[in-house]
Design a protein around this ligand. Structure first.
Ligand SMILES: Nc1ncnc2c1ncn2[C@@H]1O[C@H](COP(=O)(O)OP(=O)(O)O)[C@@H](O)[C@H]1O
Ligand SMILES: [Mg+2]
Length: 375
């Protein structure tokens, strides 16, 4: 019987082999041990789409559990963005009730919430944390809140969390460790809106892509029980294309695995798997990302795709004038278009001030599917 594909190109799916992230795991262990000693430093973990925030959180959860700390995991779906403060606080409280152990004496744990009736969300959550703590005997309870970027910044959820967690009675009588996960841009929006939030969640992890050695190791270990393996050339090509982006890596490997079951991976087969990967990434994310750009912004973007290297504002302006020669294109606005593309997370800005497409797979996707150049 053919073994099932061991790769996991689904968001939130635990990879078969969790690679890299040693620094992050150690950092969390340190924060956790400080917490156990009584000094909780709430944390935030930032990472772009698909860089492995949820997967990392699940590893951290296991670490906490292995230290005897009760844990709760609260995912915030897109729906959260439309919810009022009181509903979101309620949701978080319910997830905490689900995950954290309750004293046998609390017959119906939900009563902890219901009894608080119509109090203001802030007061209600404070009382909830205090009451729930009375039922937990362990000395640190870890609460993960995933996809914080889905919250409406105006609803005030993060600020409520901050102000509740900094109340004296909560600090003195409880020992929760909150770990928030978000995209960097989403988090920045909270900080811009409400500065103390940034100072409060002081311990911060920023998830980068995996390096080449880690990427290789993940591929080998994931394939360890499979009938196929990828040779060094293929592994290098995988790294070159994905730059170690965890989700892209899993998806490309998954497609390669399926094709290798039929034949050895030739260049043609690699390109076909890559194209399928780009198509799927398109459906998952890239298409929606591209649609955020206006028509004018798309024209500016096409130059970055064509030139396939970082460009300054002046470079782009000169290509637009000398090569594109679009009648009526507002050259003077190129700077604005670039900043808007940057705000929409379609391009990034290097320290040198040059702009480039947010990631090479996205650039490739634009080239193949949106600007129709073929692979
Ligand atoms: N450290 C890792 N090692 C191997 N695969 C990983 C790792 N982190 C994430 N992945 C894989 O990458 C994909 C995206 O991970 P996910 O945790 O859902 O990212 P995010 O929550 O940041 O969007 C998943 O398919 C997951 O299996
Ligand atoms: Mg996630």
């Amino acid at each position: 019987m053919i073994k099932p594909n061991p790769f996991t190109p689904q968001s939130g799916w635990e990879p078969r082999f969790f690679g890299g992230r040693e620094e992050e795991l150690n950092f969390f262990e340190k924060v956790l041990s400080e917490s156990i000693k009584g000094a909780a430093n709430h944390m935030v973990i930032l990472g772009e789409w698909g860089t492995g925030k949820t997967s990392l959180a699940k590893q951290l959860k296991k670490i906490a559990q292995s230290q005897g700390c009760p844990t709760a995991f609260c995912p915030l779906s897109n729906i959260s963005s439309r919810s009022a403060l009181k509903d979101t606080i309620h949701l978080i409280a319910q997830e905490m009730l689900l995950g954290l152990p309750k004293d046998a004496a609390v017959e119906n744990a939900d009563n902890l919430l219901k009894d608080l009736g119509q109090l203001q969300p802030q007061v209600k959550f404070t009382k909830f944390l205090l009451n729930l703590w009375g039922t937990i005997e362990d000395n640190t309870a870890v609460v993960f809140i995933d996809d914080v970027q889905n919250l409406d910044i105006n609803a005030g959820v993060i600020d409520t969390l901050r102000s509740v967690l900094s109340r004296d009675e909560v600090i003195k009588n409880t020992n929760y460790l909150f770990v928030l996960l978000s995209t960097p841009r989403g988090w920045q929006d909270f900080i811009d809106k409400h500065n103390p939030v940034g100072r409060f969640f002081r311990k911060r992890i920023y998830l980068e892509n995996l390096d080449q050695v880690e990427t290789s190791e993940i591929i080998d270990k994931t394939l360890s029980e499979a009938e196929v393996d990828f040779n060094d050339d293929i592994k290098k090509a995988i790294y070159d294309n994905t730059e170690g982006h965890p989700y892209e890596l899993q998806l490309l490997c998954s497609n390669l695995y399926d094709s290798q079951l039929q034949a050895n991976i030739t260049n043609d087969i690699f390109i076909k798997a890559l194209k399928n990967t780009l198509r799927e990434l398109g459906k998952d994310y890239f298409e929606a990302l591209y649609r955020r750009a206006s028509d004018r912004e798309k024209e500016v973007l096409s130059i970055l795709v064509e030139k396939n290297k970082p460009l300054s504002i002046a470079d782009i302006r000169s290509v637009m004038i000398t090569e594109k020669r679009k009648a009526g294109f507002p050259i003077a606005n190129i700077k604005n278009f670039l900043y808007r593309l940057y705000e929409k997370e379609i391009i990034k800005r290097k320290d040198s001030g040059e702009f480039e497409i947010i990631d090479p797979m996205f650039a490739k996707y634009l080239e193949v599917f949106e600007f129709q150049k073929g692979v």
